[in-house]
Design a protein around this ligand. Structure first.
Ligand code: GUN
Length: 280
């Protein structure tokens, strides 16, 4: 193996320690409300981790658990109450939502000033417009990993694999804002391996276990793996075939221990940012 490992766990721990210190000196407790509808096992774990990390940082976190049969109107009423609650600085509705609920309608009901997930249309638009706003947590975490690894983005050829609203599109926007030359590729792109081989920075966010192979990677490229996939035998893998790609890449994130921990750390940062902007 030749690639340097970008240790997301350590980088996230440093960020969380900084946030904890910052919150301790703030003079008030930022508030975060996380809404979980139903009992999706992965979502249940993610929400528990977010709640715990927020408390550890000194944030007043609460998790609101609603039954799977909750109607869209009931969920909208819950969001509206949190919008009106001055002790709440950040609101996060965990996705996916049950199918009777339109996710974007609920997300867009969140006050953009409290949208710590950065997923309202207002904040998504601000990101594209280059106006300061709340940026989605996983894309923000990707950018912080690249910065911590000392990757120079100006003029760099960057390939984003995956065009999701949650990751691919906002990562492409952030890389563009950082002066990279960005290609956004996806399941319908022709010759993904060739697109990948041209890139100096690859961000994989497709949700397909180990899709990116070693011979897709240019020697020395930086590989950021956003995927978290559980194989039938139970093992957790990313969207990148780690051993193969690490043999060629210059730097690479592992799964687990890469992007995942950064997502939570960035949620805490966004909560503090939202609190400061709201209470300024
Ligand atoms: N489900 C998976 N990732 C996310 C995320 O970043 N935010 C929300 N709200 N739900 C998710």
């Amino acid at each position: 193996m030749s690639a340097r490992i970008i240790d997301g766990k350590a980088i996230a721990a440093t960020l969380r320690a900084k946030i904890r210190q910052y919150v301790a000196e703030l003079g008030y407790q930022p508030g975060l409300a996380v809404i979980l509808v139903g009992d999706n096992p992965a979502s249940t774990v993610y929400v528990r981790n977010k709640d715990r990390a927020a408390r550890e940082a000194g944030i007043a976190a609460r998790t609101i658990r609603l039954p799977a049969a909750t109607s869209e109107a009931e969920l909208l009423a819950t969001v509206a109450a949190l919008n009106d609650d001055p002790s709440v600085d950040g609101i996060l509705v965990q996705l996916p939502l049950p199918e009777q609920i339109r996710a974007q309608a609920v997300i867009d009901a969140i006050d953009p000033a409290k949208d710590v997930d950065g997923l309202t249309q207002v904040n998504a638009g601000r990101l594209l417009a280059g106006v300061r706003g709340l940026v989605p947590c996983t894309p923000l975490g990707v950018m912080k990993l690249l910065a911590a690894a000392g990757v120079s983005l100006t003029g760099a050829r960057a390939l984003v694999l995956g065009r999701s609203v949650l990751v691919g599109k906002p990562v492409a926007a952030l890389l563009t804002a950082a002066d990279a030359t960005v290609t956004l590729a996806h399941s319908r792109s022709r010759d993904l391996p060739a697109e990948c081989r041209r890139a100096e920075v690859v961000v994989a966010a497709v949700g397909r276990p180990e899709m990116v192979r070693g011979d897709w990677i240019a020697p020395g490229a930086v590989v950021i793996d956003v995927g978290i996939n559980r194989l039938p035998e139970g093992r957790l893998v990313g969207d990148v075939a780690f051993a193969e790609c690490a043999a060629v890449a210059g730097a690479i994130t592992p799964v687990p221990g890469g992007v995942g921990p950064m997502t939570i750390a960035c949620l805490l940062e966004n909560t503090v940012t939202a609190a400061m902007l709201r209470r300024a």
